[in-house]
Design a protein around this ligand. Structure first.
Ligand code: CP
Ligand code: NVA
Length: 312
């Protein structure tokens, strides 16, 4: 009997203990290498001799550089390509690509246009596949976000997170993790840009505390964390309609003033200053966005370590 690879596809497919083990490992690894150069390898080198393939069908700064830095810090190396430069871009199937890469590398991270491609890649791979963002979700980002929150505000369990704006892929991963990590999630979005209904139904079934409103002030009232994201994600075509519908959902200082006294601000970046967030908030004292960006490295090292069977 062959064992299934440990794929990291979506947070709702993992249990809370696994997510907690990944987060705890990330915090410990980060603390243990404080002050080291970025290229130094962690003492236990859990990715020694491992090769990570990275495939990009969409643009990326943080995911690209943080995964490359992450695998190096674990003692391994990366091979990076856009899908357009591969035979994938000329019509080779995702399944054949999976079978070939499974013979050449030890794990695959893919940023895909359609979520289904990641699922198909995983089904046909004999090595772990990591979702580095699709149209439906962005699980790596949310672990970095929770790591960042907990560094500043302590355990996320029992805390309230307010998502303000588009009910998009990043929002979806916050919904997926809510029942697993036990935070309350208040989502304020315009009705036409609501989150995926299947995600909301699953979270409810798993006793997740997820509340919906179209009033940003109601969502952020007393919250410990306020989060937003771009109003126009990669692949969205209805730019003007989105800007118009989402304009009342801008996170500004007035809105942050309605949140709890120690509330922090997060944004996965890239930000569109003057649209979903003002300069005063993103550059202000409550903003943790640069820690959040750095934490992509630390969270993903522990995701990779879990994929390699070194955690949990
Ligand atoms: N937050 C994030 O995933 O950024 P990139 O698109 O730059 O990878
Ligand atoms: N929601 C954004 C996130 C970018 C990291 C997008 O999908 O474009």
């Amino acid at each position: 009997m062959t064992t299934q690879p440990r794929h990291f596809l979506d947070l709702h497919r993992l249990d809370g203990a696994t997510l907690r083990a990944i987060l705890d490992d990330a915090a410990a690894r980060k603390a243990a290498r404080r002050g080291w150069p970025q290229g130094a390898v962690d003492a236990d080198a859990p990715g020694k001799d491992r090769v990570l393939a990275m495939i990009f069908e969409k643009h990326s700064t943080r995911t690209r550089f943080s995964f490359d830095a992450a695998i190096r810090q674990l003692g391994g190396s990366a091979i990076i390509s856009t899908a357009a430069d591969m035979q994938l871009g000329r019509g080779e199937s995702i399944e054949d690509t999976a079978k070939v890469l499974s013979r050449m590398v030890d794990a695959i991270m893919i940023r895909a246009i359609e979520h289904e491609e990641v699922e198909r890649l995983a089904l046909a791979s004999t090595i772990p596949v990591i979702n580095g963002l699709t149209d439906k979700s962005h699980p790596c980002q949310i672990l970095a976000d929770i790591l960042t929150f907990e560094e500043h505000r302590g355990p996320v369990t029992g805390k309230t997170i307010a998502w303000v704006g588009d009910g998009n892929n990043v929002c979806a991963s916050f919904i997926h993790a809510a029942p697993k990590l036990g935070y309350k999630l208040n989502i304020a979005c315009p009705p036409i840009y609501h989150p995926d209904l299947v995600d909301l139904a699953r979270a409810a079934q798993e006793q997740g505390r997820v509340e919906m409103t179209d009033d940003p002030r109601e969502a952020v009232r007393g919250a410990d964390c306020v989060i937003t994201d771009t109003w126009v994600s990669m692949g969205d075509v209805d730019h003007d309609e989105r800007i118009e519908a989402l304009e009342p959902f801008q996170v500004d200082e007035k809105l942050m003033g309605e949140a709890g006294p120690g509330a922090v601000f997060l944004h996965c970046l890239p930000a569109h200053r003057g649209e979903e967030v003002t300069d005063a908030v993103i550059d202000g004292p409550r903003s943790l966005v640069w820690d959040e960006a750095e934490n992509r490295i630390h969270a993903q090292k522990s995701i990779l370590a879990w994929c390699f069977g070194k955690i949990g």
